[in-house]
Design a protein around this ligand. Structure first.
Ligand SMILES: Nc1nc2c(c(=O)[nH]1)N[C@H]1C(S)=C(S)[C@@H](COP(=O)(O)O)O[C@H]1N2
Ligand SMILES: [Mo]
Length: 393
C-alpha cells in the first residue's frame, strides 16, 4: 500500500466535533443529534455519522498513493490520484445510511448484537469524484458489462484498515459488475465530500460511494479493486449485514442461507422531536427525513397524532423553492427528502410517521415483525411521545 498506512492502535485518530454522540470509542462510531440532520439538506462533514471498524488510516505520501486494479482482467493497472483526477468529475448528491441505523430501538424488543445507534446513522452529502464505470473503461471493461471474458462478475473493493472481524485484515466488500459498469448507477470513486477533499474519517484520499444501498458497501480508504468471479468472501459480506427472520438466533444461524444485504428499504424518521417530549402547547412542527434504496423516490409521507388511526399527508422537499416530484429530473434521485407537517396535539400524543416509495413499498408498523439478531434495517413506523405541559409537571 504505497503512500498510505494503517495504524494498529487508536493513538493517531483525527479530531471530531464535540456535539457528536459517541456510540463506541474504539473503533470510533458516532452520530449527530437528530435536530442537526434536518437543519440542512446537505449534512455538514462535521455532523455526518462516522462508522468505523478499526483505526483510521494515514496518508503519508499522496504522490505515491495508488489503487491497484487486478483480478479477472487482461491488463491489471495501478491508478494514481492524478489518473482519477483526469477522468470526468461528477458531483452526486447521495444519502449514505448504515444498516444499523435505529438499532437501539430494535434492541428494546429483544437483545441484538452490534453498536447501538439512534436515528442519525445517516447523512446526505455531495460526493465528488470519478465514476467507477469510467475507471473500469480505462481498464478495458466496457459499459454495461455483466461478465468479463475471463469470468469476472463482481467488483471487490479492498481497504487497508485493520479490522478485528477480519482478524486484523482490511475491510472489504463487492458489488455486481453490472452495477459497477452502469453509468446510471452513479457508483463513484469519490475524493471530495461537500466540495472539499474527503477528510480522514470519511475515507481520505479515495472512497467508494454506492448510492441507494447500505453504507457497508461504500468502502473507505480504497487500496485495491479486484474483478472476481464470486461476490467478496469477506466478513462484512458473508458473516454480517445479512437480513434474517425473527426465528433465527445465535444457536441456529446459518450465514450461507442468506444473501448480503444491498438495497436499503423505505425509511423515514421524525428528527424535530426526541423519543419523549414535553412541549408548551400542542401546535407542533413535525419534520424529518425519508429515503428509499435503489434510487426509488419518496411518493408520500404520512403523519398521525393518534398512533396511526388517522393520518395527514406531510409536505415534501429537497431544496427550498423547488417542489419535490418523485422520479423527476429536478430531484436528486439518490438523496433523502425532507418532510414537514404542522399538527395540533391533545394533552398527550404518540406522533407517528411512515413513508411510501415510488414502488408503493411502505414501512412496517411494528419493529417486532422485522426483528433480526444483528439489529439491521429497523425501518418500522417512527414513533415519538409528546406531552403538553410544563417541564416541572
Ligand atoms: N474501509 C472501511 N470502509 C467502510 C467501513 C469501515 O469500517 N472501513 N465502514 C462501512 C460502513 S458499515 C458504513 S455505514 C460506512 C460509513 O461511512 P462514513 O463513516 O463515511 O459515514 O462506511 C463503510 N465503509
Ligand atoms: Mo454500516
Amino acid at each position: 500500500m504505497p503512500g498510505m498506512t494503517a495504524p494498529s492502535d487508536y493513538s493517531q485518530e483525527p479530531p471530531r466535533h464535540p456535539c457528536l454522540k459517541i456510540n463506541a470509542k474504539e473503533p470510533f462510531n458516532a452520530e449527530p443529534p437528530r435536530s442537526a440532520l434536518v437543519s440542512s439538506y446537505v449534512t455538514s462533514v462535521d455532523f455526518f455519522y462516522k462508522r468505523n471498524h478499526g483505526p483510521i488510516p494515514i496518508v503519508d505520501d499522496i504522490e505515491r498513493y495508488c489503487v491497484s486494479v487486478t483480478g479477472l482482467i487482461d491488463h491489471p493497472k495501478q491508478l494514481f490520484m492524478k489518473d482519477i483526477w483526469n477522468l470526468p468529475k461528477y458531483n452526486i448528491t447521495a444519502t449514505l445510511q448504515c444498516a444499523g441505523n435505529r438499532r437501539t430501538a430494535m434492541s428494546k424488543t429483544r437483545t441484538v448484537k452490534g453498536v447501538g445507534w439512534d436515528v442519525s446513522a445517516i447523512g446526505n452529502a455531495v460526493w465528488g469524484g470519478a465514476k467507477l464505470v469510467d475507471v473500469l473503461e480505462l481498464l478495458g471493461i466496457p459499459k454495461l458489462t455483466s461478465a468479463t471474458s475471463s469470468g469476472g462478475k463482481h467488483v471487490e473493493f479492498v481497504s487497508i484498515d485493520k479490522c478485528k472481524e477480519e482478524n486484523g485484515g482490511p475491510y472489504k466488500a463487492s458489488i455486481p459488475l453490472s452495477q459497477a459498469t452502469n453509468p446510471e448507477a452513479d457508483v463513484l470513486l469519490a475524493y471530495e465530500m461537500n466540495g472539499v477533499p474527503l477528510n480522514r474519517d470519511h475515507g481520505y484520499p479515495l472512497r467508494v460511494v454506492v448510492p441507494g444501498i447500505i453504507g457497508a458497501r461504500s468502502v473507505k480508504w480504497l487500496d485495491s479493486i479486484n474483478i472476481i468471479a464470486e461476490e467478496c468472501q469477506g466478513f462484512f459480506m458473508q458473516k454480517d449485514y445479512k437480513m434474517f427472520p425473527p426465528s433465527v438466533n445465535w444457536d441456529n444461524i446459518d450465514w450461507s442461507t442468506r444473501r448480503p444485504q444491498m438495497d436499503f428499504p423505505i425509511q423515514c424518521v421524525i428528527c424535530s422531536l426526541e423519543d419523549v417530549n414535553i412541549v408548551k402547547h400542542g401546535k407542533i412542527t413535525v419534520k424529518g427525513y425519508a429515503v428509499s434504496g435503489g434510487g426509488r423516490g419518496i411518493e408520500r409521507v404520512d403523519v398521525s397524532i393518534d398512533r396511526g388511526r388517522t393520518w395527514v399527508e406531510a409536505s415534501r422537499y429537497q431544496k427550498a423553492g423547488i417542489p419535490y416530484i418523485a422520479d423527476n429530473a429536478s430531484s436528486d434521485k439518490w438523496a433523502w427528502v425532507f418532510f414537514e407537517a404542522n399538527v395540533d396535539v391533545p394533552m398527550t400524543a404518540e406522533i407517528v410517521a411512515k413513508a411510501v416509495d415510488t414502488a408503493a413499498n411502505v414501512q412496517p408498523e411494528n419493529v417486532e415483525t422485522i426483528w433480526n439478531l444483528r439489529g439491521i434495517l429497523n425501518t418500522s413506523w417512527h414513533r415519538v411521545c409528546v406531552r403538553v405541559g410544563h417541564s416541572n409537571m
